[in-house]
Write a protein that binds this ligand. Structure first.
Ligand SMILES: C[S@@+](CC[C@H](N)C(=O)[O-])C[C@H]1O[C@@H](n2cnc3c(N)ncnc32)[C@H](O)[C@@H]1O
Length: 184
């Protein structure tokens, strides 16, 4: 599967599960991608949400270097090597939408539980957390974490627009969860 095909499928995913009319997203929303890796999903996220800029963070310096290199000609994409556990120390603004694709909630549960807690503090009231997963189990673990943090789960299901990975039994974005942060 080429990057263009993957981009197309992930955009279809966002169109299906995060319809901008249904969710009444304001113009030019602020978007954060936590654990963005090399930034693969961010072009589709920015395009779908019609955002002017998007910020991706990851604590893996090599991934962020690669992301910066791939997006070097597009100044609307920002990347920082940061540990999401310390989000509130290095990011001053709050976000309308936070993406987190394929969080490692299965084998690093305590760390990711804390990352979601910290992320929640950076999400505006009625903001959305959008997360995709390789497995249903990972989706359900994340759902439980978010329910404990006072989110309303809007979608938690298998995604028909998942992306096959050659030689790997799991598919990217195979399950999707959309959650709205409740008003305090
Ligand atoms: C399974 S990868 C998913 C990468 C990308 N979102 C994707 O879907 O291809 C999980 C990512 O989370 C990052 N990560 C793990 N712990 C983190 C932390 N504490 N702060 C920031 N990023 C973290 C890893 O470096 C890795 O890039």
């Amino acid at each position: 599967m080429t990057k263009t095909e993957e981009h197309y499928l992930y955009k279809k995913t966002l169109e299906k599960y995060f319809d901008l009319n249904k969710y009444k997203i304001k113009e030019n929303p602020s978007i954060l991608n936590i654990g963005c890796g090399k930034g693969w999903d961010m072009k589709a996220q920015k395009e779908h949400l019609k955002a002017k800029t998007i910020l991706g963070i990851d604590d893996n310096i090599k991934s962020i270097e690669k992301a910066k290199k791939s997006f070097s000609k597009k100044e609307e994409f920002h990347f920082e090597t940061e540990n999401a556990l310390f989000l509130n120390y290095f990011i001053m603004m709050d976000f309308d939408i936070i993406f987190c694709s394929h969080p490692e909630v299965w084998h690093r549960n305590n760390v990711w539980k804390e990352i979601f807690e910290k992320a929640s503090l950076k999400l505006k009231e009625n903001g959305y957390m959008i997360s995709t997963f390789y497995t249903e189990k990972e989706m359900n673990i994340t759902k439980e974490i978010l329910e404990g943090l006072d989110y309303e789960i809007k979608t938690a299901e298998k995604n028909p627009y998942s992306v096959k990975i050659p030689g790997y039994k799991f598919k990217r974005h195979d399950y999707i969860l959309v959650a709205e942060k409740n008003q305090i």
